[in-house]
Design a protein around this ligand. Sequence first.
Ligand code: ADP
Length: 394
Amino acid sequence: MIILSVNAGSSSLKFTGFEMPSEDVLISGVFERIGIGSSFYTIKVNGEKIKKEVDLPDHKVAFEILIKELLDNKIVSSLDEIKGVGHRVAQGGSYFKKSEIATDDVIAKVDELSSIAPLHNPPAIEGIKAAKAVMPNAVQTVVFDTAFHQTMAPTEFMYAIPYSYYEDYDIRKYGFHGTSHKYVSMRMNEILGRTDTKLITCHIGNGASISAVKDGKCVDTSMGLTPNAGLIMGSRCGDMDATVVTYIMEKTGMNAKEMDTVLNKQSGLLGISGVSSDSRDIENGIKEGNERCILAQDMYVKRIVEYIAKYYVLLEGCDAIVFTAGVGENSISTRKQILDKLKVLGIKVDEDANNVRGVETKITTDDSSIPAFIIPTNEELMIAKDTYSLVLQG
Ligand code: ADP
C-alpha cells in the first residue's frame, strides 16, 4: 500500500512516499516558492535527484505534478494505488489527542485553531484541500505536532496568569515536535527492550525542544503555546522574563508583530552571536575565538542542561537521554558539552562513540549512570505509520 506523508508550509510542500507496511521510501522531495514566483521542485526517486523549474501558482498544482511524477517514474500505475495521505498539522489544541481522518468537521476544527497558530495551520488546511481535490479516493489524515503532549497534566501545561485567559482564549502550553518526540521515544524503548521507561528526549534542530516521557507518554515538554518557549534556538529566544517584552515595546515603540519578529527571527544564537542562527557557523566562530559565538554557545548548552536536570527531577530518574534533529544528530561538540555538564549525575560521554553524525549510536560509556543515544528522527515515517493504521481501520 502506498502512503504519502506531506508537510505543507505557506510556500512549500515537502513529501515522502512510503510503501507500507515495509516502510520503504519510494520517492521524496519538496516543492518550493509556491505562489511567489521562481518556483521549482526537487525529487529523489530511483536513486536519482531531479530538479525542475516550473510554475507553481498553488498547492493543488504541486500535487498534480507530484502525481505525474509518481506515474512517470512508475511508482504507481494508477492514482488509486495511493491509499492514504498524511498531513502534518502544527496545532491541534486541546481537542486533538491523536491523529485523525481529515473529515470536514476535523478540517473546520483545525481551521478554528488557526487563531493560536496563524502561520502554521492555514497552509496545512490548504494542503489538505488540494490533496483531496487531486486524490479524492485516498484517505486524508491529519497528524498533529501537539498531540503527543496532550498527556501533560495542568500543573505542567498551565501558565501562572489569570485563569480566565485559559478559559477564554485557550492560553496554555501545548508543546510541539510531538511526532519526533514520539518517534524517538518509541525507538528508544525498542532498544531498551521495555516500555516502562523514563526518557528525556532532546529534539535540537533549528527549532528545539526537550520532553520528559514516562512509560511512552509525555509528562512535560519545553515549548509552549507557541514554539518560542524553552530552549534557546537558532533565532528564537525561548524562556525569559516576560516583562522584557513589554519593556522593549515601550522603549522602542515596536508593535506586537514587530516584537514577535524580533523574538522569533532575530534572537537565539543569531541574536546573541550577531553571526548566524546555524550551529555550524557558531562552531566556526568559536574556533576563530569570536567572544559572542562563545557566549551564545555557552548559553545554548546551559539551557539544554537546565531542562535535562529539571526533567530528571520531575521523572525521579532517567533511563536514557536521546539526542535527535539537526544539531542533536550532528553536532559532536554540542553533545559533548551537554553531557560533560551532567557529570554530577554520573553521566560519562564516550568520546569515540560520540564522534559520529546522524547514526543511531550509544554515546556514553558502559559505566555511565544514564546512557545517552543519538536516534535520528523520522517524522515523515511516523506520519505514514499513523496514516497507514487509520486507512486499515477506515
Ligand atoms: P529544523 O527542522 O528545525 O529546521 P533541523 O533539525 O533540520 O532544523 O536542524 C537544522 C540545524 O542543524 C542547522 O541549522 C544546524 O544548526 C544544525 N546542523 C546540521 N548539521 C550540523 C553539523 N554537522 N554540525 C552542527 N550543527 C549542524
